[in-house]
Write a protein that binds this ligand. Structure first.
Ligand code: DGL
Length: 302
């Protein structure tokens, strides 16, 4: 009994040291705001954030080598996202935005509840589903909303669940569009071939309810298909991209949390990290951002 007690105490001390050790690995000084996406789509979110909060520094990480995440399992999306967030923390970020719906749907909660308390309870990871949901209540009049997203986002039911919490009267109809991300990634988003897939999914969505008056683009790639989506949606239906809502919500968050804002450096700089080649990232990123970007670095994470 006595020995078992001593062994237990030794184990607890070891665990405490291990935990302190993990925390010590992370830099304490202020750092840029981390923005993570499975690939390029998060650039559309970053673009909006920088318009509203140009004074901050940003570190964007695209896990392009392992994208798309959309059809991957819950466990894999969690592991990949967890590795990316840890990497951004190690680079000095204290606040990381998961600028990816799939990662927000499948990994955010586990990272917030399981990993952050162990790594450093003072760091923050925020997703993009909640800010979008808050916007939905302001946009819909009929209380009937359509959601377009990846298979992972739709299957997770994160949007209907979050919407129910904030606006119990709003009904959500979802449609997974697995072909849309590959269309964008293969630069077919403005070509005639894309029309077929855009029309097909919109028709399916609209056939579920004639009361839908708002359609959420619940995937960061979809703004690039915006023109085609507009063409095949009745005029009275509003399209809701996420970037503006996420940016506004982050601005509000930093205002309400000066202690987090104080740990985010200001200098207007932006650096890009990719798990793919720098050349490929540069080519694709210029499509998403409509401008050429500098300062790209290849990294490996695991
Ligand atoms: N960025 C992802 C999202 O918003 C889509 C791309 C992917 O499937 O990896 O859901």
């Amino acid at each position: 009994m006595y020995y078992r007690g001593r062994r237990m105490i030794r184990l607890i001390i070891l665990l405490l040291f291990w935990r302190m050790d993990r925390m010590d690995e992370l830099p304490k000084h202020p750092g840029p705001i981390g923005v993570f996406d499975s690939g390029y789509g998060g650039l559309t979110i970053l673009d909006n954030i920088r318009k509203v909060l140009p004074q901050y520094d940003y570190l964007y990480l695209g896990d392009n080598a392992r994208a798309p995440y959309g059809s991957r399992s819950f466990e894999v999306v969690y592991q990949f996202t967890r590795q990316a967030v840890r990497y951004l923390f190690e680079q000095g970020c204290h606040l990381v935005i998961l600028a990816c719906n799939t990662a927000s749907a499948k990994a955010l909660r586990s990272i917030q509840q399981k990993d952050l308390p162990q790594w450093d309870p003072n760091r923050r990871v925020l997703g993009i589903i909640r800010p979008t949901v808050e916007g939905v209540g302001e946009v819909t009049r009929s209380g009937c909303v359509g959601l377009l997203g990846t298979e992972g986002t739709v299957q997770s039911e994160s949007y209907p669940l979050e919407i129910k919490k904030v606006f119990p009267h709003i009904e959500v109809f979802s449609e997974a569009c697995p072909m849309w991300v590959p269309l964008v990634e293969n630069r077919e988003y403005d070509k005639p071939g894309a029309d077929y897939f855009v029309q097909q999914h919109l028709n399916r969505l609209l056939s579920r309810s004639s009361r839908i008056d708002t359609v959420i683009l619940g995937c960061t790639h979809y703004p690039l298909l915006g023109n085609k989506i507009r063409r095949y949606l009745p005029q009275q239906i509003q399209i809701m991209p996420q970037g503006e809502w996420v940016a506004r919500s982050l601005q509000d968050y930093l205002r309400r949390h000066p202690e987090i804002a104080a740990r985010c450096t200001q200098g207007g700089r932006c650096q890009f990290l990719t798990t793919e080649s720098e050349r490929k990232f540069s080519e694709m990123a210029s499509i998403f951002l409509r401008t050429k970007i500098e300062s790209i670095k290849h990294i490996t994470i695991d």
